[in-house]
Design a protein around this ligand. Sequence first.
Ligand code: UDP
Length: 462
Amino acid sequence: MAHPQDVEVPPHSVERLGRLVGPERYAALENEASTALGALDGAKVWNISSTAHGGGVAEMLQLLCGYARDAGADTRWLVIDGDPEFFAITKRLHNRIHGAAGDGGDLGLREAAHYKAVLDANVDAIDGRIHRGDVVVLHDPQTAGLANHLIRYGVHVAWRCHIGSDRTNTFTEEAWSFLHPHLAHCRTFVFSHAAFVPAQLAGADVWIIEPSIDPLSNKNRPLPKARVSDLLVRIGLLEGPGTGRASAVMGGASPLSPEDPLVVQVSRWDHLKDMQGVLRSFAEHLAGRTDARLALVGPAVAGVSDDPEGAQVLEECFDLWRSLPRRARDAIRLVTLSMDDPVLNAVTVNAVQRHASVVVQKSLQEGFGLTVTEAMWKSKPVVASAVGGIVGQIPQGAGILLGDPSDLDAFGWALSGLLADPAEMASMGRRARRHVRQYSLSDRHLIDYAHLVTHMTRLPPT
Ligand code: UDP
């Protein structure tokens, strides 16, 4: 028997958000929320995902659910239970939707049967809790297989896919074929980017909703400089009094000087984030040639339950770091942040991003890079790959987009050129913040979500 978990989310004050975004945007939000509440007429909104911590979906659901509850919608968040084989299969699906082989394993009948069996067991455990008229949003490939059961309760099911690739190949086709029988039971689909919608969903009820960040969350709220230093000294990244009280820096490397310009990539340890590429390029082009330092920051690998690749990728990065010449090792730190205390994890990421001179996101594929938008909100210049959703996140002049994500030289040159031009860094940062304020804060996302919920309640019963 599986044990799906209810994630408790404290309400987040919509009014406080309203004060930050201004009366006009607040009024638009109130208006859309009240329409959705009327349409729900007491029914619940369920979000079902595969992890409560680590990664962009968990990050976003905390906020969406918190605000929706404050606005009066009975919004629930369930996290499914799965065994390692299930998460190996779903990670394979994740990689293949991005057009990559992943672990090279099969997605055949045996895997389909295991995927189904795990989700069937989850349904048995939630039986009786979801009722006719409720709205259910299933997140990502891990949960798509719940749809055929849920529609039997007379609920409206949407599938929200947070990942995707703007190219198709045999891997993407394989993943979409695997999911096809499950998606046939979903009524509505949500993608972050129009280019991610697979051909098989042509003509379906498809919505494009971009993710957002929350300006009031622990990840993004303003932090006093002293708090930033204290947090970074505490994890052993920077020198200071009492350094390394909760050391998170691998290999016992010494703390960095707070004066050195710091380049940062914050990511899960996932091949598609290409932490290794960042490391190689920095070692080759910047380490020892400039006073810049690099921190690759990710979760402690036990903390992200639906990501079986994490430990392996982290180990590969660590091996690579160990193999570097001394001057490169001295300039580069690998940092793993504990996920045990989600608040401390979030403020520490916030502090790392605020301390950074430049934030990079050298992903090989990306649905929507929350870390990019988080950094832009903090007025940081970003150097990122022009892949997937990132292309729309960084408008002209608000960061640097690199056309070929595998070109380590281009990445190194762009980074060193930018670090040598503080005036350009500052103006990029200002443009970045303005752009995020206008398009990527929670109020816009909540309006889209409320609109989606209203739409779903008005669909004829399935
Ligand atoms: N993140 C975090 N702690 C970490 C690493 C990442 O809180 O150690 C957060 C990061 O700040 C961002 C999210 O996880 O909010 C990652 O989302 P993104 O869209 O960048 O990538 P995903 O993990 O969803 O592929």
